[in-house]
Design a protein around this ligand. Structure first.
Ligand code: PLP
Length: 130
């Protein structure tokens, strides 16, 4: 239950464990049923918290199949049949430091896979410094 009507001990223990091991200000956990649903929550939370609209994702990314998560997919041909998608989403090239200039003070969030799975399991380059 994502609304917390029924709190289970394993979920509570996991939330406590996360809070204990994450930086102090990351002390709230919102459990979801799927990765797609987590993405939808992240999109909404970032827009609400920042009051900004722009979301940045990466070319060839996969984030799920709901309308928001689908919009962040970086594969145009797979999105086309579902247009119009959500507005104000821009794309950068994974592992290309020059693209980071697209992140500005209108950006609500940047969504990246830790390893780009669907794109062929592309790992982030090490030692990229800004
Ligand atoms: C990076 C990434 N985000 C989101 C999802 C969607 O997760 P789910 O299938 O649990 O909705 C996936 C699924 O493969 C994924 O690889």
């Amino acid at each position: 239950m994502v609304y917390g009507e029924f709190i289970t001990k394993p979920a509570l223990n996991l939330a406590k464990l996360l809070a204990k091991n994450l930086p102090k200000n990351l002390n709230s956990t919102y459990f979801t049923n799927s990765g797609t649903e987590a993405l939808e929550g992240a999109i909404k939370l970032s827009r609400r918290y920042t009051g900004r609209k722009k979301i940045i994702s990466a070319n060839n990314a996969y984030h799920g199949s709901t309308m928001g998560a689908l919009t962040l997919m970086g594969l145009d041909e797979r999105k086309k049949p579902f247009e119009p998608l959500i507005p104000d989403v821009e794309f950068i090239e994974f592992n290309d430091i020059n693209n980071l200039s697209k992140i500005d003070n209108t950006t609500a969030c940047v969504v990246l896979e830790t390893i780009q799975g669907s794109a062929g399991f592309i790992k982030p380059k090490k030692n990229i410094c800004i």
